[in-house]
Design a protein around this ligand. Structure first.
Ligand code: IPE
Ligand code: IPE
Ligand code: MG
Length: 247
């Protein structure tokens, strides 16, 4: 009887990252204002966080607002900031009750003081939780994150705390916003767009990319399971060769 050995990465990936895209198009397709798409997007997020915990995912990173999203009309930015405020106020207790640890990546300088406080409150309250790690990328841009890391390294070199030859890929990685977390195994993007839009450029070096042709408000546990099934069909090589079981 032919046997297939389970692949090394069989089971849930450790770190799943999601570009939650298509809220506006979901709304437009229904003749609704874009803000309604964002509100429905929060519902999809709740479902996805629950499903990620149930499926045994260790880390879920979500792209919720990019450094470039400030270019949108003021009314849409107001909607999005309002939703973030409401999400933290309404959902933080439940996230905490479910042992979820919230982490924030992105630039905090320049955010409205009350938003900054809410982000800090979410991290502080859940700091010692041991369940799913929910990483919220807010006011996040990967190039800006890498530039911040470089600035810190340049300051250390300028002050003689580091020599240029100490600057390695590992050192740069250790200066990113969440240096203790492993790179995402898979990055899922909804809405059919096939690009990273300045998300986790450094960390995505060997991530599998899964593009899903549905809008974010339609995403749910079944969609997540489908995306993870696609991930499991991939063969990750990291530049090396796959060692077949038994060889
Ligand atoms: C994703 O949906 C949410 C954010 C970027 C904040 P979009 O608002 O980008 O929706 P589309 O891509 O315009 O449909
Ligand atoms: C990426 O989506 C940002 C978030 C999902 C938060 P965008 O909708 O901003 O990306 P582009 O503009 O289509 O590349
Ligand atoms: Mg979009």
């Amino acid at each position: 009887m032919p046997t297939t050995a389970p692949r090394a990465d069989f089971g849930a990936p450790r770190h799943v990252a999601i570009i939650m895209d298509g809220n506006g198009r979901w709304a437009a397709a229904r003749g609704l204002p874009r803000g309604e798409g964002h509100r429905r997007g929060v519902e999809a997020l709740r479902k996805t966080v629950r499903a990620a915990g149930e499926l045994g995912i260790g880390i879920l990173t979500i792209f919720s607002f990019s450094a470039e999203n400030w270019m949108r009309p003021a009314s849409e930015i107001r909607d999005l900031m309002g939703l973030l405020r409401r999400f933290i106020r309404n959902d933080l207790a439940e996230l905490h009750g479910n042992n979820i640890k919230v982490r924030i990546i992105g630039e905090r300088d320049g955010l409205a003081p009350d938003i900054r406080r809410l982000l800090e409150e979410a991290e502080d309250l859940t700091r010692h939780n041991t369940g799913l790690i929910l990483v919220v990328a807010f006011n996040y841009g990967a190039r800006q994150e890498i530039a911040r890391a470089m600035r810190g390294i340049a300051e250390d070199v300028a002050h003689g705390r580091l020599t240029p030859d100490a600057v390695s890929a590992e050192l740069v990685a250790s200066r990113l916003d969440a240096p203790d977390l492993p790179d995402p195994d898979v990055i899922i993007r909804t809405s059919g767009e096939q690009r990273l839009s300045n998300f986790l450029l450094w960390q995505a070096a060997y991530s599998e990319l899964v593009f899903v042709p549905i809008y974010w408000p339609e995403f749910d546990r079944a969609a997540l399971e489908n995306a993870l099934a696609e991930y499991r069909r991939r063969e990750r090589r990291f530049g090396g060769l796959v060692v077949e079981a038994g060889s």
